[in-house]
Each structure stands twice: as C-alpha cells, then as structure tokens.
Write a protein that binds this ligand. Structure first.
Ligand code: ADA
Length: 583
C-alpha cells in the first residue's frame, strides 16, 4: 500500500517512502539547535510520521529539533523530495546545503533537485513548533501545535528532468452529459526546451496534447466529453470514482506519469439551498480535529478509518476539517465513502483579545499573516483540487470579520480561493454579531453555542439570532457550523446540577439538534466536536484536563452518553429526508 495516498499515483515514476525511523537531535533545555551543528543535540530515535510529543521526554516540548535521514540513491538523476506535512516549520538541508523551506503543518510541499549523484546523501530537517514571530497561524490555541514529520514523506526518482506536477480535473454537467475540464502543469527542470506529448485517459476516453516544454512550468488545457451513459455521478449514496491517468512522452517513450482518482459531481448554491448534482442536500456531521493521545496530529490510516466508521455509524454525511487542511489519505477515504467535506484553511480565532495573541495584539496584523494564509490557501486548493468529497472551501474560522482591515483580509482570501477554483462554494464560520463580511461568501456559517456559553435555550435564541442577524446573509444558504457542550468523560450527574457532565451534554445536544436539524432556514449542522482533543497549556483554565472536552467520543474514541442521542437525532434526520425525497 503506498504511504501517501490510498492508491498508487505512479507506475513509471519510482517512489521510495522515507517513513520509519529518523534520528532526532534536540537542544538542551531553553536553547536552540542549528542544522549545521546538530550533533551537539541529544539524540533520540523516533518513528515518522509522528510527533515528538509521543515521547514522554518531549510531551510538552515547544522548540526546535533536527531530524536526520540518510538517502541512498542507486543511480544519479533528478529527484523530488515530497513532504505531506511537517509540523510546523521545516528548513531542509541536503549534504549540508539548504535546499528548501516550508511553513505550516497542514499542507504538503516538495523540493525538486534537478540532479543528484548516486550514493549516500545526508538529509536534515530543521523543525520548529515554536510560537511567536515565526508563525501567525500556529499560535497558542484551542487545539495543540505538535512537532515532527506529521504526515508521510517520500523520495521520487524522475526518469528525466521533466515531470507532471498535477492535472486538475473539473467535472461539468450540461445538457444531460458530463465533460471533464483538465488543466495540467508540466515542469521541466532542465535548461533546454523539449518537444513532449501529454496523454490523458479518463473513463475510457483519451486526449493528447503535443507541446513545447520550456524550462520551468508549462500549463496545458484539455477537455474530454462523455456520452450520457458513459460515466456515473459521484454521490453520497454512490461515490463512484474513476482513475485519471496522465502519461508524459518524449517521442514514443513514457518518461513520467501521474495518476489521480476523481468523481463526477456538481455542487452549487441556489437561493437558501446547497445543491449536489442538482439535488438539495443537508450537510450533517462533525467538526473534526486531527488529534489522538497516541499519535498527536500524525494519525495513522487505521485511526482515520476508525474515526470515519464512527462518524458514519452516527449517521453523518459530512465532516468539517476544523481548522486546517487535512491529510490526503483522510480525504481519499471521504472520496471512497461519499462523505461531503468542508475543507478550510489554517486559522482559528484570530481577533483581538481572543486569547490567540498577547492581550491587545491583533493576531491578523502579525507581519507574516497575509503571506502565510496566501500559501496555505494555494497549497490547499492546488493539492486537494480533485477531491470530489470536498464541496466547500472555508477560510479564517472566527477571525476578525468586523474591522475594515479584517474585511480586507477576508476579501483578499475569497478572491484568491475563487481564482484557484471557481467550481466550489465558499464560506467562513463567524461568531461575531457585528460581522461585516457576510456578503463576501456563498454560504453563511455561524458558530452558535446557545445553552453552553450562557444558559440560553437554543429554540428561543436561534430565532432571535436570525431576527437580529439574518438580514446579513439573506438569500444564501445557512450552516450551523458549530454547536455543542463540554462533557468530562465519565462524569455522570443524573440530577443535572450543572455543566460538564455527560448528562448535560445529552440534554443540550438533543435540544439543539431538535432545532437545527428541522429548521427550514438551516442547510447544514456540524456538532462541535467529534472527539476530545489536547489544547495549548495557555487554554488550560477554561479547558479541564487541558483538553477541549466537547467531543461526543473522548480522545480514545470511547463513546460518551451523548453518542446514542446524536445517532438517534441524525437517524431521524436521514429518515425525514428520505421521506422528503420519496414524495
Ligand atoms: C469556537 C472554535 C472552536 C472551539 C469552540 C469551543 O467556535 O471555532 O475551535 O474553540 O469554539 O470549544 O468553544
């Protein structure tokens, strides 16, 4: 089984997994470490993908480390170093020379090396999970910023210096037939132009493009049309997937290839509805962090499978990747299972005095904020472009959507996202009543904790909220993007003295779901949250166990009392919608 995806992305291009044991070198307490003299650090062997927090000695370590691996090349040639995720800032050195840099744990990056001699090479990653001027997005937050090579890593051997970077697929349905809009990116690492051909194959149809590959990047457009009965739509009920094959030829020789899996589905908003394949759909599910005590944020595939088994057992058709782009294997599973995904960029609660920055400091005014958001957005959309499961692009969860400056950031990012992909609706989850950005998005989404932050009754408060704020998002779909209650695992309080018991969570979720799953103005509802997760120690006072305890299962995925309530409520929703569809 390939490590980076659930299927082989290359038959011709040779790939070598770099997962497994890495040497880590940590500086002594309170100091830093440089890649150039890493040997002065304390050496520890760690299994990657992984995070150093799973080693008790480093369970609370916030700082730098150097990870080392020796590469052995059986032949000289061009290679690509592909990192699916390093948490959270990586500077890459090969044989003592810096060859790359990447910031953000949640998006992949790759380093192209036009020529590497056969034999042994020393690969070093200088990794930091520090807070402060290094990052505007990895800040002390209501989830934990881990340290390590948190997602799979591989070495790719290129046959020549030209390769297929990606082929973006956009399904188009018109006049009863599907067609595929294809946008390929070919990279030539050499100094000379080459006459090449790109052969594309999808669902039994093909297309070829003869072109001149100049040094650098070449963008190619193609289109493939299908007869009405040639392809089956991708849907929740029938998530039909097709392989998209790209072969790069020099004359008649295939010099590189690139394979992806795609689905034919359309998604758009119409009035207050969200339409999937022209059918109105209600998104019901969970907000899910990538977090587990045994793995940190570096969840193995089997944990992703268990999480989705639980999510589907509870009757969900949707997941929100709160609050960052997710592992590609998780998205592959959602593609296979017909689970609708709201994927969002990396940001949470970046507004003044929200606790994500020193008091009085505006976290979105961090000098690196706009550039780091721009890169995350670009990497998220470009790398996850073809996932049929992703039906919504989200940005900036509960950030400053009030001030003129905040609005300029939202506007800039929605424009960027749409310029990269105009085929999916956009949204952001707001929590500020004087929100000033509702007109910038396609879908309105609000986090509302009636009954938790305060003792309000959701039934009364939600209608009051719509009366007060509904004008801001009139005419567009509305999603309840977060609602929920904290429950300490094992704390039972049948007499309902107050909050934090599992009984209180049962009552509030039951009452809230009764309102939100049946309200005519609501097109989607996501419980906060799937499982309990570790939070930064600075959040400990409001987070017993230094955890966010609003999971319906605990951090080990052990069901709380509310599990059965959620399953009943989502079950009733599914039955009522089936009835609706059958009439
Ligand atoms: C916010 C935020 C979540 C989480 C939640 C909570 O809505 O978007 O990340 O912090 O509140 O648990 O209060």
């Amino acid at each position: 089984m390939p490590e980076t995806r659930l299927f082989k992305q290359h038959d011709v291009r040779e790939t070598l997994s770099l997962d497994g044991e890495w040497e880590f070198y940590f500086p002594s307490e309170g100091t830093t470490i440089a890649a150039t003299d890493y040997l002065q650090g304390d050496k520890t062997l760690l299994e990657m993908p992984g995070v150093w927090e799973t080693n008790d000695k480093y369970i609370n370590y916030r700082g730098q480390a150097v990870a080392k691996r020796v590469l052995t090349l059986a032949r000289s040639g061009a290679v690509r170093l592909v990192f699916k995720g390093v948490s959270h800032t990586a500077t890459v050195f090969l044989d003592g020379k810096q060859v790359g840099f990447h910031h953000n744990a949640y998006t992949p990056f790759a380093i192209d090396l036009p020529w590497l001699e056969e034999g042994e090479h020393e690969l070093l990653l200088h990794i930091s999970n520090e807070h402060g001027e290094i990052s505007a997005l990895h800040v002390p937050n209501d989830y934990y910023n881990y340290g390590g090579i948190s997602r799979p890593t591989e070495l790719q051997f290129l046959n020549t210096q030209a390769y297929v970077r990606w082929v973006h697929f956009t399904p188009v349905f018109s006049a009863g037939r599907w067609s595929a809009k294809l946008q390929a990116l070919v990279v030539n690492l050499g100094a000379e132009s080459k006459e090449l051909r790109l052969d594309l194959a999808l669902a039994g149809e093909t297309s070829s493009v003869q072109f001149e590959a100049k040094p650098g990047e070449t963008n190619l457009d193609a289109e493939i049309g299908f007869q009405a009965d040639e392809v089956e739509a991708w849907s929740c009920e029938s998530p039909k997937l097709y392989f998209l094959n790209a072969a790069l030829l020099d004359g008649e020789e295939i010099i590189d290839d690139w394979i992806d899996r795609v689905g034919f589905r359309s998604v758009r908003v119409e009035g207050e509805s969200i339409l999937l394949n022209e059918q109105s759909v209600f998104l019901n599910g969970f907000n899910r962090h990538e977090d587990h005590p045994n793995y940190g944020c570096a969840l193995p595939l089997e944990q992703m499978i268990e999480d989705l088994d639980i999510i589907q057992d509870l009757g969900c058709n949707s997941v929100r990747t709160s609050h960052y782009p997710n592992d590609e294997r998780f998205l592959d599973l959602c593609d296979e299972r017909g689970i609708l995904v709201w994927e969002e960029n990396h940001a949470r609660g970046l507004y003044k005095n929200s606790g994500t920055a020193p008091p009085g400091i505006h976290p979105m005014e961090h000098p690196k904020f706009r550039e780091q958001c721009r890169l995350v957005n670009e990497e998220m959309v470009n790398e996850h472009f073809n996932r049929p499961s992703i039906v919504i692009w989200g940005i900036l969860n509960e950030c400053d959507s009030v001030s003129d400056y905040g609005r300029s950031c939202y506007k800039e990012q929605f424009e960027q996202i749409r310029s990269l992909d105009a085929s999916r609706p956009t949204t952001f989850a707001s929590c500020l009543n004087d929100d000033n950005c509702q007109d910038l998005q396609d879908i309105a989404s609000w986090n509302r904790y009636f009954g938790w932050y305060g003792m309000d009754d959701p039934a009364i408060q939600f209608d009051k909220f719509l009366a007060n704020c509904g004008e801001k998002f009139a005419g567009m779909p509305f999603i309840l993007s977060e609602f929920g209650a904290g429950a300490l695992p094992g704390y039972r309080d049948p007499v309902r003295r107050g909050k934090w018991s599992e009984d209180f969570q049962v009552d509030l979720l039951d009452k809230s779901m009764e309102v939100y799953l049946n309200h005519p103005r609501v097109a989607g509802a996501f419980i906060w949250q799937f499982c309990d997760v570790r939070v930064d120690v600075k959040w400990a006072m409001g987070r017993p166990r230094t955890m966010n305890n609003k999971g319906v299962v605990d951090e080990y995925r052990r069901p709380k009392l509310a599990y059965e309530t959620v399953k009943r409520q989502f079950g009733e929703l599914a039955r009522s919608r089936e009835k609706l569809l059958s009439t």
